[in-house]
Design a protein around this ligand. Sequence first.
Ligand SMILES: Cc1cc2nc3c(=O)[nH]c(=O)nc-3n(C[C@H](O)[C@H](O)[C@H](O)COP(=O)(O)OP(=O)(O)OC[C@H]3O[C@@H](n4cnc5c(N)ncnc54)[C@H](O)[C@@H]3O)c2cc1C
Length: 499
Amino acid sequence: MAFGSHSYFHGALHFLAAQSLTAGAQKDAHQAATDACASLSTLLGASIVQSSGPAYDLAATNAWNLENAEYQPTCIVFPSTAAHVQTAMTGIYEAEANFAVQAGSHSAMKGWNTVQDGVLIIFSNMQNISYDATEDTIILEPGVHWHDAYVALAPYGVAPVGALIGRVGDVGTGLILGGGLSWLSPSEGYGADTLKAVDVVLANGTFVTATATNEYSDLFRALKGGGNRFGIVTRYELSAVHTGTQEDQAFYGGTILYDSNAEAVLNATAKYVRDVNDPNAVILMSFINVITDGVISPMYYLWAFYKGSELPTEIFGDFLSIPSAFSQLGPLSYLDVALTLGLAGERGFVQHFGASSLVGDESLYLDAFYHWNNFTVAHQEYFNMTTLAFTPIPQTQIDAGHAKGGNIIDAPHGQFAAVQIYETFNAGITEIPADIHAAIEALLTSIPPSPGLPLYLNECDSEQRVFESYGDYELLQTIYAKYDPTRFNVEHCQGPIGL
Ligand SMILES: Cc1cc2nc3c(=O)[nH]c(=O)nc-3n(C[C@H](O)[C@H](O)[C@H](O)COP(=O)(O)OP(=O)(O)OC[C@H]3O[C@@H](n4cnc5c(N)ncnc54)[C@H](O)[C@@H]3O)c2cc1C
């Protein structure tokens, strides 16, 4: 897939045209949602289906991206069982209502985790976490936040392959459906690769359990990267990773902050992405511009960890030799590792993500930095923070995914970096101004993915055609047509485009 100017903008226009056609063909959205909410309220009761009141207000404004916190769903369904979700989805389907699903609420994409004139299903009453030692399986309900999972499972010496950020009120299980990049990914694969089974309610309300070997194995594969398009997951069964207990301190690493030396840090990043293929090594390199009262402060954070008792110099030496403003490294338990990264949890700001994927020499990384930095300088009055982050995807991660049955992302052989281009707007801005939207599109076009690489769904701009970048795009389309033949999901729920 080319995320070059032509295909990108053509894609966006096609999407908008398709949306308005769909809207015209649909029954009036407001009436459909009102009908669905009335019938669901009768079937499920007033405490599960709410259209106003404190619980409604809290849930409606819960979304991390302020743009999403401003939607007012016609009603919110608070299921506590899969059967509730099944009833809700059947009612939504029959009323032809628009809908959305929200787990941890951390989607940056506008409209992907909430809905206006529609029914929102929110999982705040489904937050059970358990560990089955006999099967060595972690079972999560969809409302679980990664922080809670890490804390609950640490005494057993196990962890799921979840978010890098483990803080209260943090990222949730929706991460798995888009892939899932974790500190454990170099050894275990994407979070989705560690799935053993998923309970799913399909668009028409049918409940199925999908595994790699049962009759729903195709659906199982599509869920590993298919986002919210293939049904509503009501239970995740995941392989447990034996990370050790708090006392074990099986890891070493922490945070290094650079406030200058961008070029040296970029060179070290490019080299790491290209050369390091050790399942025990992991980094996240985030170039952050913090903007306060018109002053841009560069804060380039490296988070680096190694499963072992040190950061080996043959792997991390380039980073370690660059003068830093702050460094905190030492032995850590996995829970310590998971709780290290503490940025970007605050609500109340408009947030925007965009994705690229890079493989190649240092000049590509310098070029990306140059475009991102110029963009920040040119539009600094709109932002309190802009970020350009690199997550290396080593071959060991891709191999681990294959060994576990494969995912629909199907990255090609070879290492690359998932690149996140991310802006937090100033307080008081409630939607992205049109000229800034255009500037962001231009920025994304100026950092195109290297040919053949998949974009990362969880870090994309909603107009990027992520599915088309997958190795198994055609299979994804076939599986979608099989499980949602009336195309209810793509016509009634916002989410990734291209199906
Ligand atoms: C501060 C921050 C840190 C992040 N850190 C990481 C990281 O370390 N690694 C990483 O890979 N990504 C990370 N991300 C990106 C993250 O993976 C995505 O934002 C992800 O979609 C969040 O999942 P959620 O459950 O919190 O969000 P939600 O917005 O609730 O859900 C995300 C999407 O999944 C859908 N969805 C959620 N649950 C279900 C379900 N049960 N069935 C069907 N559809 C569902 C929603 O409809 C929505 O489209 C981070 C994002 C933020 C904002």
